[in-house]
Design a protein around this ligand. Structure first.
Ligand code: NAD
Length: 487
């Protein structure tokens, strides 16, 4: 059988290898349930082999000491993605369920990270200080070693590159573990580095299979020096515990329940379309989604009425249709989870719009949920406090600035936040009070390679993107040079 995205073995030591188990799994399209790719189901032997290869490559290949070569390798990979961007974006739509233009944007994001970190590879400076007349201290940045890069399914290509490109740029070697649901498209992108002469054999390896088996094995492996994980808070916590035995470095980019605060003096013509996009992009399956909106009571009636009209006009449909504005949930399980939250919400608050599975026009074969808005749910309800990861927006009203800040910061997450006001003093005052890794002022979800993103509280540890996003893949060595004459 042939698959739109392809059929992939594990990529270890520069060759495609059958998994030791001999087993494979198909990934199903979110649009109509057809199989779109097939990938290996690896076991612990495959993990051991990939780790051993990555370790040898780190120790012996011309890579960790050759930033120019690393830069060229990343640029060449970016060029390969650009050449085939339409094909890759189409396949990404099939696999994740997001509209083609969002998938295209995701591919552009991935290319952006590769290009940015190709530059950063050549400017990864340490620092020096002179302690006294006869001592010079040099702080060198050295690569950490073998990195396990564990990727989620919602942005499988951008997030792969957000983390893998800086890991490679800093001179490390990698083992990628894609999400099971989107292994096909991730392995296809990996396959495009084949034939790039600047990539030494064994620097990039990728194995597919169950997170609880092979992801866990990477976390526990003594020769994996660092785990870079993007995914849920629950798995992040498990990883933190499991990594303790080998005391490896961890970077955890986890979930969120972000709030956008809309003050009465906000520019409504700008805030409304942003409000829509910030929750319904990728059908709400985005870690930084503004899944909560806090709107000042004095404008709430008009705001909600306009938001409802705009939401009901959104075209939900086949992601590959040009007119589609919102696509599918990634799996039936995800869809059922979202629908269960919606049923709970109906018991607790006012449903403004949506609240059902979409099955018309042939969408019944896929996993589509109508864009849904609840108003004034109790603040301690699960819908307000937990990450639903679907097209469900909770709107609450507030009367004072203090109340808005209290609500915005009132969950266990701290990934992102938004502040909408044309009063610069208020916008600055409130932004500084947000306990979140990013605060967008009069915009939302502006994510870019040059700037850091990451979580306060349970949304994670460390930062991705920007200079911090490459520095975390280094160890700092203090080289102390004494040139005092013998006494
Ligand atoms: P998930 O935690 O279920 O899985 C993420 C990855 O971890 C997958 O590759 C999975 O196979 C693997 N995994 C599962 N169990 C594991 C284990 N025990 N040990 C090691 N690896 C294991 O998350 P998901 O459902 O794929 O992604 C959605 C979540 O990711 C949401 O919570 C979302 O907010 C979060 N996310 C965060 C960011 C960010 O930058 N902060 C970005 C995207 C997604």
């Amino acid at each position: 059988m042939s698959y739109i995205i392809g059929s992939y073995e594990n990529y270890i030591k520069g060759v495609w290898q059958k998994p030791k188990s001999g087993e494979y799994k198909e990934q199903l399209s979110t649009i109509d349930g057809t199989a779109v790719s097939k990938c290996a189901m690896s076991n612990l032997e495959d993990v051991s082999e990939a780790v051993a290869v990555a370790k040898i490559a780190f120790e012996t290949e011309d890579w960790s000491n050759n930033p120019r070569k690393r830069s060229k390798a990343l640029l060449a990979w970016a060029a390969k993605l650009k050449e085939r961007i339409s094909e890759l974006a189409t396949e990404l739509s099939w696999q994740v369920g997001k509209p083609y233009k969002e998938a295209f944007g995701e591919m552009m994001g991935a290319i952006g990270y590769l290009e940015y970190y190709a530059g950063a590879a050549r400017t990864l400076y340490g620092s020096t200080t002179s302690i006294d007349e006869n001592t010079l201290s040099v702080m060198c940045r050295e690569p950490v070693g073998v990195i396990g890069v564990i990727v989620p399914w919602n942005y499988p290509i951008t997030l792969l590159m957000r983390d893998m490109a800086p890991a490679l740029a800093a001179g490390n070697t990698c083992i990628v573990k894609p999400a099971e649901q989107t292994s096909g498209i991730t392995m296809k992108v990996i396959s495009l580095l084949e034939g790039i002469p600047e990539f030494p054999v064994g620097v990039v390896n990728a194995i597919t299979g169950k997170g609880s088996l092979i992801g866990n094995a990477l976390v526990k492996h003594k020769d994996v020096d660092m785990i870079d994980f993007t995914g849920s808070v629950d798995v992040g916590k498990e990883i933190m515990q499991q990594a303790a035995d080998t005391m490896k470095k961890l970077s955890l980019e986890l979930g969120g329940k972000s709030a956008s605060i809309i003050f009465a003096d906000a520019d409504m013509e700008k805030a409304l379309p942003y409000a829509l996009k910030s929750i319904f992009s990728n059908a709400g399956q985005l870690c930084t989604s503004a899944s909560r909106i806090l709107v000042e009571e004095s404008i709430s009636e008009e705001f909600l009425s306009r938001l409802k009209t705009m939401t009901e006009a959104l075209v939900v449909g086949n992601p590959l249709d040009q007119s589609t504005e919102m696509g599918a949930m990634n799996t039936p399980v995800q869809m059922e989870t979202v629908l269960a939250y919606i049923e709970e919400g109906k018991k607790q608050g006012q449903l403004l719009t949506g609240g059902y599975r979409v099955t018309e026009n042939g969408l019944g074969k896929g996993y589509f949920v109508a864009p849904t808005i609840f108003v004034n749910l109790p603040f301690d309800s699960a819908l307000v406090q937990e990450e639903i990861f679907g097209p469900v927006l909770c709107v609450q009203t507030f009367k004072t600035e203090e109340e808005a800040i209290f609500y915005a910061n009132g969950t266990c997450f701290g990934l992102a936040s938004g502040v909408w006001s044309q009063n610069i003093d208020r916008a600055m005052r409130v932004s500084k009070k947000m306990r979140a890794g990013t605060t967008w002022v009069n915009c939302y979800n502006r994510l870019m390679p040059e700037c850091e993103t990451g979580g306060y509280k349970q949304s994670g540890i460390d930062r991705a993107g920007g200079i911090e996003g490459i520095n975390k893949f280094t160890e700092v060595k203090h080289l102390c040079i004494d040139f005092a004459p013998a006494i």
